[in-house]
Design a binder for this molecule. Structure first.
Ligand code: RFL
Ligand code: PHB
Length: 394
């Protein structure tokens, strides 16, 4: 089998890249190790930046998002009994859209079926070869039968635990990592959201976040210890803890119900440099991870494939040495954006969680920073500018 661009991984990065390349007339095949149901079963991100929405529009998959997504022009931050709305619209003239990663993925899958581009699901033992040569390829097994896909380029959209980054020789890659000393316990439930906008809280009992997927489905999180287990948390125990961390007015309004999903996610910052190795590119979680506090993971993945799809389209549409300019600068342009989102996610995480190991001085620094943020329009503008997302061309 042969194609122009072989994409490894059918998460949001791989599916969106496939749709954008298709828009530019570039042939592509996606190879995914899991089943479609498994991919759709992962409950993850919920907040889309305008850049991400713009890319979904460009890909032709934004109709349901526009019909069902919830535009949010602000969110609340709480600590020590105080509450501050970060008015995104007033501060930076932009909003974000609440629309779940599951729905984005479903829309991209349906679109891919409609355009008739191939996705191989349930591929076993996926491997990438020859990306330091002019003839890269991807191999896998399906029901015991070996398959090979030859391509001009391979793009690793296979997430943090994927095979692409792991196939790069150790001497060619540098990684940067910070693991946080806590996780997030998240619950999804069919109950109306406690507030119209998201609430991020730093409480004495730990971080809390009240988010949502729709007017009837809520997504709530609490900071938990790294060695905690989901089995330790009955629904009642979660609701009790969540209610105690909510501001009092909201706690009084909270509607509880059975959880549809409950999971614990560790928090990590991670970047791999560069994001290109010969004819292999990395995009999304395959190249970088952010803690979820800034809602940047999915948006960064979309930004990467936005840049890469344009660079690859330019490569196929032109001739001569200049055709490679976009792909040659992809890694450097993507990383410049990635590091800024890493910085914001790390900062927001440091501000909003309890870090007993930082001692009394660390706690006072956090309070001073929150107090400053709540009283300074300039500080709020910085938060707003980062939260709505930096432009793609920067
Ligand atoms: P994904 O979504 O991990 O998709 C990668 C795909 O590659 C497949 N794969 C392989 N395929 C073939 N061969 C192999 N060897 C393969 N190895 C893996 C996988 O099966 C999968 O289908 O990465 P992508 O596309 O880069 O998308 C990134 C986003 O999914 C991610 O950044 C966010 O979901 C991060 N994230 C969150 N981001 C937010 O903005 N807000 C959140 O609330 C939020 N919650 C989360 C999250 C990530 C989590 N993870 C990774 C555990 C909660 C969790 C639990
Ligand atoms: C979510 O709805 O899952 C969500 C929203 C905002 C975040 C993180 C997660 O910062």
């Amino acid at each position: 089998m042969r194609t122009q661009v072989a994409i490894v991984g059918a998460g949001p990065a791989g599916l969106l890249l496939g749709a954008l390349l298709h828009r530019h007339g570039v042939d592509n095949v996606i190879v995914e190790q899991r089943s479609p149901d498994y991919v759709l079963g992962r409950i993850r991100a919920g907040v889309l930046e305008q850049v991400t929405v713009g890319l979904l529009e460009e890909a032709g998959v934004a109709a349901r998002l526009h019909a069902e997504g919830l535009p949010h022009s602000g969110f609340d931050m709480c600590f020590a009994g105080q509450r501050q709305r970060i008015d995104l619209q007033r501060l930076v003239g932009k909003h974000v859209t609440v629309y779940g990663q599951t729905e984005v993925t479903r829309d991209l899958m349906d679109h891919r079926t409609a355009i008739g581009r191939q996705t191989v699901y349930d591929a076993q033992d996926v491997a990438v070869h020859g990306f330091d040569s002019a003839h890269p390829s991807v191999t896998w097994r399906e029901g015991g039968v070996a398959h090979e896909l030859q391509a001009d380029f391979i793009v690793g959209c296979d997430g943090f635990h994927g095979v692409c980054r792991a196939s790069v020789p150790a001497g060619a890659i540098q990684t940067f990592e910070k693991v946080y000393p806590f996780g997030w316990l998240g619950v999804l439930a069919d109950v109306p959201p406690v507030a119209h906008e998201l609430i991020y809280g730093n409480t004495e009992r730990g971080f809390m976040l009240a988010s949502m997927r729709s007017a009837t489905r809520s997504r709530y999180y609490v900071q938990c210890s790294l060695d905690d287990k989901v089995e330790n948390w009955s629904d009642d125990a979660f609701w009790d803890e969540f209610r105690r961390r909510l501001p009092a007015d909201d706690a009084a309004r909270l509607v509880t119900g059975p959880s549809i999903e409950k999971s614990i996610a560790p928090l990590r910052s991670f970047v791999a440099e560069p994001m290109r190795f010969g004819r292999l590119f990395l995009a999304g979680d395959a190249a970088h991870i952010v803690p979820p506090t800034g809602a940047k993971g999915l948006n960064l993945a979309a930004g990467d494939v936005g840049l890469l799809s344009r660079a690859l389209a330019e490569f196929y549409a032109s001739s001569g040495p200049a055709r490679s300019a976009g792909i040659d600068s992809y890694s450097q342009r993507a990383l410049a954006r990635v590091w800024k989102a890493e910085r914001f996610s790390w900062w927001f995480t440091s501000l909003m969680h309890q870090f007993p190991e930082n001692g009394a001085f660390g706690a006072r620094m956090q309070l001073a920073e929150l107090d400053y943020l709540f009283t300074s329009d300039a500080a709020q503008r910085v938060v707003a500018e980062n939260y709505v997302g930096l432009p793609l061309a920067a």
